[in-house]
Design a protein around this ligand. Structure first.
Ligand code: ZN
Length: 314
């Protein structure tokens, strides 16, 4: 039987050149795709056609000033977008539109029922990008654009975002902090970059209690992650009853990742995927759009994504 799991990828993502020695580099996707080809998964997945996200959809999550700033910086060849190392080249703007477009295509595929779930193998990543600020290797918030698209185009009233990247997704939190139509839950190393994500950050106004932060101490492994998943994340999802679940799928909580200090393995990511799929099966006909965020150890990233996809496509 044909797989009902899709992969959304485009070679333009390799053209986003962040310069020598940068951890968020094209080799992340090159080695990931090569690995999926060599292990046989690549040909079993449905390849989702993607187009660049029209700016009107980027503008549902970002300010016009931000979109203009990113576009001008990329096209002018200015190298750095922030005071850290969010680096771009002339191709980066088109790559960023395509990354958001991949999530939009994923949303269309699962909301129409053509596919059960989709993994978006994209870069640049998105979850640090705020409505008005590029940050942490992120230009546009791919998941946030996808969630707004799902709301406007598919009338999704409740979408959940599960963010297991090792870093807190300050951008996704900021964009939906006062918005109960998106429930944002993050498990992350804390205290750590970017500094946000304390347990008492729970949303504001209409969005109060629709942000759930699960800060975990450095060195956390399966016990902490899977324990929190069962104790905190799954009951919160049950209560929220999402119509669609996004995963901000970073794999930098892997024990070999050079940028962080957690102790997960490929099997940990498989188990979190299994638990998310069980919840999605009960709550929203299994609809999951998973979007690559971080993950900087090439072999671990490739093997972790393989584990993630084997469960998604099971
Ligand atoms: Zn990260």
């Amino acid at each position: 039987m044909a797989s009902r799991t899709g992969i959304a990828y485009n070679e333009i993502f390799l053209g986003h050149d962040t310069g020598p020695g940068h951890p968020e580099r094209p080799a992340r996707l090159e080695s990931l795709i090569a690995h999926l080809q060599s292990c046989g998964l690549w040909t079993n997945l449905q390849h989702v056609m993607i187009d660049p996200a029209p700016e009107e959809w980027i503008l549902k999550a970002h300010s016009p000033d931000h979109v203009r700033f990113v576009r001008d910086a990329c096209l002018s060849g200015r190298g750095v977008l922030d005071d850290g190392d969010t680096r771009v080249c002339a191709v980066s703007y088109d790559a960023a539109l395509m990354a958001a477009g991949a999530v939009i295509a994923g949303v269309d595929a699962v909301m129409s029922g053509v596919l059960k779930n989709v993994f978006c193998a994209v870069r640049p990543p998105g979850h640090h990008a705020e409505s008005g600020r590029a940050m942490g290797f992120c230009l546009f918030n791919n998941v946030a654009v996808g969630a707004r698209y799902a709301a406007f185009r598919h009338s999704v009233k409740r979408a959940a975002v599960i963010d297991w990247d090792v870093h807190h997704g300050n951008g996704t939190q900021e964009i939906f902090y006062a918005d109960r139509s998106v429930f944002y839950v993050s498990l992350h190393q804390y205290p750590f970059y970017p500094g946000t994500g304390a347990a008492d950050e729970r949303g504001t106004g209409d969005g109060r209690e629709y942000t759930l932060n699960i800060p975990l101490g450095t060195g956390s492994g399966d016990g902490e992650y899977l324990g929190s998943f069962r104790r905190d994340v799954l009951p919160a999802l049950d209560a929220y009853r999402p119509e669609l679940i996004f995963i901000s799928a970073g794999f930098d909580a892997h024990r070999l990742d050079p940028l962080a200090g957690m102790k997960l393995t490929e099997e940990s990511f498989a188990e979190m995927t299994r638990l998310t799929m069980e919840a999605a099966g009960t709550l929203c006909d299994g609809r999951i759009v998973s979007v690559l965020e971080g993950g900087y150890h090439l072999d671990s990233l490739a093997r972790s994504v393989e584990s993630h996809l084997r469960v998604l496509s099971s």
